[in-house]
Ligand binder design. Structure first.
Ligand code: SF4
Length: 369
């Protein structure tokens, strides 16, 4: 292996080799903000495009959680008054974390636990499992040959999934002038906000199941029991009465529809509708019209095809963890996670391209007797 490295680095057999710390010093100091890994990722992607492996018609998106390189025990409660000490003396991940806090001054919800080794990592738990510190890697994958067209690192959260997808779609369009006709994803991408952005802003078909939290489980009428009358901007309830954004007051919430108190008080269906309230309210998202588009697409054959194609991105994550063994990060801090995710996605694209373009070895020559 050392000979192979020497050959690759154009070093002779007796040339001195760099000190091992050169690599980490360069990575942390000289190249951290140089976008070198993104540059490499994009050059490999460009080659995949040149070889005709990227169709650009359909993209799939998904995220996977990767454990951070931290000791679980070295942590404090998120609401504790943590003194991080002198930033000059702190480790690199802590310096980065403090710099981001200072720069964004972002009032994000307080995390439940903060790692003392890598404070940017998220304290998270898979359903039913033990909690741990982790980052999310997000992929945007072209469905023609399963080439990764973008990758993004983030904290572990549902909001981050939507934000990362928007960032990746915008970046791929800006960098490569590529915008898909359809986006395939799971329910996490079916919120009203992201559907509205896809349909109204980007004009991309959302091949995703709608994330609808309006279904009630207590036996009372869900929002789906109320019909929206778009022409008159009102809902019609199961008793045939109207819910409007305002009855008398002009100080109205344009997305909250209310029934008349008088109608509800005398309604025989009140117990099934709003037993604990004077009248029924329905909240409508500003992106509700976009949310109507996804269920219509879900009835088509194209959607069934998309659901099967979604496996391409799931398989890439399985490969990432089982074959490339990236079930735990080796680098710390947000920038460490970003660098590692970019490198591994580059390796997956190189591997996919090599497999697709490999020239079949010529058959053994038969020498006539
Ligand atoms: S309680 Fe009010 S909103 Fe509900 S069904 Fe009756 S009239 Fe309609």
């Amino acid at each position: 292996m050392n000979l192979a490295y020497r050959w690759f680095c154009k070093l002779d057999l007796d040339d001195p080799i760099p000190d091992h710390s050169t690599f980490s010093k360069n990575r942390h100091g000289r190249f951290r903000d140089s976008q070198t890994f993104r540059w490499v990722f994009e050059r490999v992607l460009q080659r995949c495009m040149t070889e005709g492996l990227v169709g650009g018609e359909g993209f799939a998106t998904d995220a996977s959680i990767i454990k951070a390189d931290v000791k679980q025990q070295r942590r404090v409660a998120g609401d504790s008054d943590m003194d991080w000490g002198d930033p000059e003396q702190a480790t690199r991940p802590i310096r980065e974390y403090l710099a981001v806090l200072e720069e964004t001054n972002d009032p994000k919800p307080t995390p439940k636990e903060i790692s003392l080794t890598d404070p940017a990592a998220s304290w998270t738990a898979a359903a039913g499992g033990f909690p741990f510190f982790a980052y999310s890697t997000h992929y945007l994958v072209d469905l023609k040959a399963g080439i990764i067209v973008d990758v993004e690192a983030s904290a572990v959260s549902k909001t981050a999934e939507a934000e990362a997808t928007q960032t990746m779609i915008e970046r791929v369009e800006e960098t490569f002038d590529l915008k898909p006709e359809r986006l395939v994803g799971d329910t996490n991408y079916g919120t009203a906000a992201i559907l509205g952005w896809l349909v109204d802003v980007k004009h991309i078909e959302p091949h995703v199941p709608v994330w609808d939290k309006s279904e009630r489980k207590d036996g009372t009428f869900s929002r789906s029991g109320f019909r929206f009358d778009a022409e008159n901007n009102r809902y019609i309830c199961p008793a045939g009465k109207f819910l409007k954004t305002a009855w008398r007051s002009k100080k109205k919430n344009p997305y909250r529809y209310r029934a008349s108190q008088q109608d509800c008080q005398s309604c025989p269906l009140k117990v099934q509708c709003c037993p604990n309230m004077a009248q029924r309210n329905i909240d409508r998202s500003p992106h509700e019209s976009a949310r109507d588009v996804a269920p219509a697409i879900a009835k088509t054959d194209a959607y069934q095809q998309s659901s099967m194609e979604r496996k391409k991105v799931e398989m890439l994550f399985a490969h990432l963890k089982r074959i490339l063994r990236l079930d735990k990060l080796r680098l710390r801090g947000f920038s460490g996670a970003r660098d590692e995710f970019l490198l591994v996605a580059t390796a997956q694209n190189l591997r996919r391209m090599a497999k697709r373009l490999a020239v079949k070895a010529p058959k053994a020559m038969v020498i006539p007797a």
